[in-house]
Design a binder for this molecule. Structure first.
Ligand SMILES: Nc1ncnc2c1ncn2[C@@H]1O[C@H](COP(=O)(O)OP(=O)(O)OP(=O)(O)O)[C@@H](O)[C@H]1O
Length: 466
C-alpha cells in the first residue's frame, strides 16, 4: 500500500502522472462482452421508438395509417388515400397560405433542417468551435432539444452541458454561424441550461427599406426607424435617453437621424416636440431646415445653440424642482431633441480651443441632466476613439453602423459586444444603414437596418406632408 509520508498530502489530478513516480498505474483495459454492447444498442433503439411519436407525431401517425391501409385494403386504397391527402394539402395551401405555412411548411422545413444541417454537423462544429467539454476522458456536448423554423430563421433549442454557461455560446457565435452556414447567430436564454440559438436562413436586411410610415401619434420612447432581422420594426427610444450613432463615412448615419426626425413629425407639427439641429457639414440636415426650431452650421453658432439648450433645460429643471419628477411633452414644455451631425467637429476638430471646450461642456451638461426634463441629444460620429470623443459614455444608447476596426465595436456597444456577435466592422459596405444595437432587456446586440429617407421624402416632410 502506498502511503504519503508528508504531513500535508498534495492534491494531484487523477489523470496527470506524477513526474518522479517510479510505478505508473493505468486503468486496465477490459473487453466488454458482446451481450452488453448488444443490450445497450437495444435500449437505444427502444428509447428512439418510444420517443419518436412525441417528437414527430404527424409523421408517425401518417406512416402508421399508411401501413394499416396497405395491410387491410391493399396498395390501390393506399394510393387513393395519399392522393386525397395531397389534394387536401393543395387546397389548404391555396386557400389558407398563412396557416399552411405555419402548420405544414415550416414544420417540414424544421425537420429537414434538423436532419440535414444541425444533427449532421452538430458534433464537428461544436468540437472545432471549442464548445465540447471533456471530463475524465469523456467528451460532453450540448444537446439539441428541438429545431423550429420561423419565416426567416431556424431556432435551435439546446440543453447546455452542466457546468457551462450561455456566455460560452455567446462568445462563439461567429464560429457557430459560419459552422452552420448562417449569416449570423444569436443566443437567448430560456432558463437554467436551456438556450436558443437563432440562425437566420438568409440576410433579411439585404434590401434597402423605404422610409417608414409616419405614426399618427408618435411614441417618443419607441419611434419606428427601420427593421430588425426578424422583420419587426426597429423602435428607437429618444424620450428619456440620449443616442450616439457611430459609423464610418457612408455607413448611413444620416438615415438614422432622418428616420428618427420623420417618426416624430406629427409631434413636431403640433408643437409637442422640437428639433434643434447642428449641421457642420451643411449637407445632411440643411435640406429640411424648415422643420427645425433652431439650426446652426458653424462652430460659433453651434456652441450658442448648445448653450441656449442648456439654459432652457436648466430653466425647466428649476420650474420642475420639488413639483414634477418626469417630463410629459406639451406645447409649453416640448420634448427637445438636439440633433448633432458629426459631433467630433465641435469636440475635437474645430480649430478654436474655446469653441471645443464650450461645446464639450454644453454636451456633457445636456447629456448628464437633460433626460428627465425632456431634453435629448441625438448625435452622429465617425470615429469613436477617446481622443476624438471622450463623452461617448454619457450616451446611454448607441448604434454601431459599419465601423473601421474590430476594436471599435466594444468602444461603441460596450465590452463583450463583439464576442456576442456584433460584427459591425464586418458589415458589407454595400449595405448602408445596417447596424448593431442593444435592445432593452437583452444583453446580445441585434442586427437592424435603418429606413432610407430620400430627399423627396424630406421635401414632403418639410412641406407639411409625409
Ligand atoms: N438606410 C439606408 N438604406 C439604403 N441606403 C442608404 C441608407 N443610408 C444611406 N444610404 C446610402 O448611402 C449613402 C451614404 O449615406 P450617408 O450620407 O447617410 O452616410 P453617412 O454615414 O451620413 O456618411 P457621412 O458621414 O459621410 O455623411 C447615401 O447617399 C445613400 O445612397
Amino acid at each position: 500500500m502506498l502511503r504519503s509520508n508528508g504531513s500535508g498530502a498534495e492534491q494531484v489530478q487523477p489523470t496527470t502522472p506524477v513526474p518522479a513516480q517510479s510505478f505508473r498505474f493505468s486503468t486496465p483495459v477490459v473487453d466488454t462482452p458482446g451481450i452488453f454492447v448488444l443490450g445497450s444498442w437495444l435500449v437505444r433503439l427502444v428509447r428512439l421508438l418510444v420517443l419518436l411519436p412525441f417528437r414527430f407525431p404527424v409523421a408517425v401517425i401518417t406512416a402508421s395509417v399508411s401501413v394499416l391501409v396497405f395491410n387491410h385494403l391493399g396498395w390501390v386504397w393506399l394510393a387513393v388515400a395519399w392522393t386525397v391527402a395531397d389534394l387536401g394539402l393543395l387546397v389548404w395551401w391555396r386557400r389558407w397560405p398563412q396557416t399552411f405555412r405555419r402548420y405544414v411548411a415550416l414544420r417540414v422545413l424544421a425537420a429537414w433542417r434538423w436532419l440535414s444541417v444541425y444533427q449532421r454537423h452538430w458534433q464537428p462544429v461544436l468540437v472545432v468551435a471549442g464548445l465540447a467539454e471533456s471530463y475524465q476522458e469523456r467528451r460532453y456536448l450540448p444537446r439539441i432539444r428541438r429545431v423550429t423554423c420561423t419565416d426567416w430563421a431556424d431556432r435551435v433549442r439546446v440543453r447546455l452541458v452542466a457546468g457551462t454557461s450561455p456566455a460560452d455560446m455567446e462568445q462563439r457565435v461567429s464560429e457557430l454561424a459560419h459552422g452552420f452556414g448562417a449569416p449570423s447567430c444569436r443566443v437567448s436564454v430560456l432558463g437554467a441550461r436551456d438556450v436558443v440559438l437563432e440562425f437566420p436562413r438568409h440576410d433579411t436586411l439585404a434590401d434597402p427599406l423605404d422610409a417608414m410610415p409616419v405614426p399618427e401619434e408618435p411614441d417618443l420612447a419607441a419611434l419606428p426607424v427601420g427593421a430588425g432581422e426578424d422583420g419587426e420594426p426597429w423602435l428607437l427610444r429618444l424620450h428619456g435617453t440620449h443616442v450616439l450613432v457611430v459609423g464610418v463615412t457612408g455607413a448611413g448615419k444620416g438615415s438614422v437621424l432622418w428616420s428618427a426626425i420623420r417618426a416624430m413629425l406629427p409631434a413636431i407639427h403640433d408643437g409637442t416636440a422640437e428639433v434643434r439641429a447642428i449641421d457642420p457639414k451643411r449637407m445632411e440636415l440643411s435640406y429640411g431646415r424648415t422643420l427645425f426650431a433652431d439650426y446652426a452650421d458653424d462652430g460659433k453658432a453651434a456652441v450658442e445653440l448648445l448653450e441656449q439648450a442648456v439654459a432652457d433645460m436648466q430653466e425647466r429643471a428649476e420650474r420642475y424642482a420639488g413639483i414634477q419628477r418626469s417630463h410629459v411633452p406639451s406645447t409649453r414644455d416640448p420634448f427637445v431633441v438636439v440633433v448633432l451631425d458629426e459631433v467630433a467637429f465641435l469636440t475635437a476638430y474645430h480649430p478654436d480651443r474655446d469653441v471645443r471646450r464650450r461645446a464639450e461642456n454644453a454636451i456633457a451638461t445636456l447629456t448628464s441632466q437633460g433626460r428627465s426634463v425632456g431634453f435629448c441629444v441625438l448625435a452622429a460620429l465617425q470615429d469613436p476613439r477617446k481622443e476624438v470623443m471622450n463623452l461617448r459614455n454619457l450616451f446611454p444608447d448607441k448604434v454601431a453602423l459599419r465601423l473601421d476596426e474590430a476594436g471599435q465595436v466594444d468602444m461603441v456597444l460596450g465590452e463583450g459586444a463583439r464576442d456576442r456577435g456584433a460584427l459591425a466592422h464586418l458589415i458589407d459596405p454595400g449595405l448602408p444603414g445596417v447596424a448593431f444595437v442593444k435592445l432593452e432587456g437583452s444583453p446580445s446586440p441585434v442586427r437592424v437596418r435603418a429606413a432610407y429617407v430620400t430627399d423627396e421624402d424630406i421635401d414632403r416632410m418639410a412641406g407639411g406632408g409625409a
